[in-house]
Design a protein around this ligand. Structure first.
Ligand code: MN
Length: 359
């Protein structure tokens, strides 16, 4: 029975073997920006403890995820020290899943604003090391659109995170589209991050090799992304950019078949959307490597998405930062790819060169 350490060592070894065939030239210096790094604030932990009693598994300060909770609430010196130790120059922070999306509407709206104020303050204290996405409450789409505007224009945040479904509803529902309209107008991306599957999907997505980040999250979130595409969101908002973590929640692997079946079904009738599903994936999505820093999967993603749409992420603290950096150093990147993967794509997509607090 292989253990975790042997698994990581094996993955690094495989990567180094395939990297050996690539350019041996010394790579140019670049920063390492990690783009899916979680945090929490104590007020959310407290609300989680209350909401968790309704049967939703949520991180609390004294539950089974207590040590993660400790790492998550530190958006100051302790986090910076861990980044120094592991070789991370900058983290893009986002409120840990499922964020405010499990709370009542008014509470969710208020907590999102509080979270964003705290995130902005942390970024102002460490402008070279931390940037952040906004938390928003899709329970109130108009308020979410306004909060995204405030977070970007007043607080200097870089976009928003939405943790997949909200009360079992997906963003293809037109009532949520004011959020997309706001993101497109502001020129900032929305990170579509997983949470536990919606009720209609949950029962089938359980079991030792299935539940959680093993498979369920990717199926749920990949499905969500395809629903957004199929609803015509990008025909309406053609400049909108979404971000998927976890190497695209399996979508890059699946794209030719999705197109093929789409054409089979709509090739001779009036199609519901203007372009092929893969066109939207390649032009309206960016993908990060959170929790999936493996050589074959990265190579294929770069081949499908292009190097300019593939970004590095750890998934701190749910993935070990030190292990991920060992994996990342062994990835089979070709000449010139590393600076884009680790730094430049993140700077461009999240506009990290803009002041943290414009006011
Ligand atoms: Mn994550």
């Amino acid at each position: 029975m292989p253990n975790r350490r042997a698994f990581i060592a094996g993955a690094v070894g495989t990567a180094l073997a395939s990297a050996a065939g690539a350019s041996a030239a010394k790579p140019p210096r670049h920063r390492v920006i990690a783009c899916e790094e979680s945090f929490l604030i104590p007020e959310i932990l407290a609300e989680n403890a209350r909401a968790g009693s309704a049967g939703i598994p949520l991180i609390t300060s004294d539950g089974p995820m207590a040590s993660a909770a400790q790492a998550l609430v530190d958006i100051g010196e302790g986090r910076i020290r861990s980044m120094d130790r592991d070789g991370i120059d900058m983290q893009l922070l986002m409120l840990s899943s499922p964020g405010v999306q499990v709370f009542d509407r008014d509470k969710a709206v208020a907590l999102a604003a509080l979270v964003n104020d705290r995130a902005a303050a942390a970024c102002v204290r460490h402008p070279e090391r931390l940037a952040a996405l906004a938390a928003i409450a899709p329970q109130d789409p108009a308020a979410a659109a306004r909060e995204l505007d405030r977070a970007v224009n007043r607080l200097g945040l870089k976009g928003a995170v939405i943790n997949s479904h909200t009360n079992n509803e997906y963003l293809d529902a037109v009532k949520f589209w004011p959020i997309f309209e706001s993101a497109e107008a502001l020129g900032v991306p929305i990170y579509l991050h997983p949470r536990e599957p919606s009720l209609p999907m949950r029962a089938a997505l359980e079991g030792p090799a299935v539940s959680g980040a093993a498979w369920a999250y990717a199926v749920e979130t990949g499905t969500h992304a395809l629903r957004i595409i199929g609803a015509g969101v990008f025909d309406r908002f053609p400049r909108l950019q979404l971000v998927l973590g976890h190497m695209g929640e399996a979508l890059p692997f699946w794209l030719p078949r999705i197109d093929n079946r789409y054409l089979e079904r709509f090739g001779t009738v009036r199609p519901p959307i203007k372009r092929l599903p893969s066109d939207y994936i390649r032009e309206n999505f960016h993908i990060t490597s959170s929790g999936m820093n493996y050589p074959a999967q990265l190579r294929m993603t770069i081949d499908v998405m292009g190097i300019d749409r593939t970004l590095f992420a750890v998934d701190y603290p749910f993935e070990k930062q030190s292990e991920t950096m060992a994996l990342a150093k062994a990835l089979p990147l070709r000449a010139g790819e590393a600076p884009r993967f680790f730094e430049h794509n993140a700077v461009r997509l999240f506009r990290l060169d803009r002041a943290q607090k414009p006011d």
